[in-house]
Design a protein around this ligand. Structure first.
Ligand SMILES: [Zn+2]
Length: 104
């Protein structure tokens, strides 16, 4: 087998959480073991790679690249929410993020 690669059964994917009516967005990249909160506009990701590599001038992590690729080529799963859920969602993500980075 050469040439184009067909996967899609990997389970990984890019999700866009879209909040109405404000139009706010949250991006989640679901990987093999975990999911990460990613913001392509801010160039932010909640994974360790981002924290240790991207922030110190390295290249963007896999998740940020995934979002950019999906935005260009399609394949984003859009999930709709109401604005009332936005803060709650951010809270959950931030907590998750804090837990992940508290390595000590
Ligand atoms: Zn990442």
């Amino acid at each position: 087998m050469s040439g184009s690669r067909v996967d899609g059964a990997v389970g990984a994917g890019v999700r866009q959480l879209l909040f109405h009516p404000s139009g706010k967005q949250i991006w989640i990249v679901v990987g093999k073991d975990d999911e990460y909160w990613t913001d392509p506009e801010l160039g932010f990701c909640s994974c360790k790679d981002f924290y240790f590599v991207s922030l110190s001038g390295g290249k963007e992590c896999y998740h940020l690249r995934s979002v950019r690729k999906a935005a260009k080529e399609g394949g984003i799963i859009v999930m709709d929410f109401g604005d009332a859920e936005y803060v709650q969602m951010l809270h959950a993500l931030a907590e998750d993020h804090a837990n992940r980075l508290s390595l000590r």
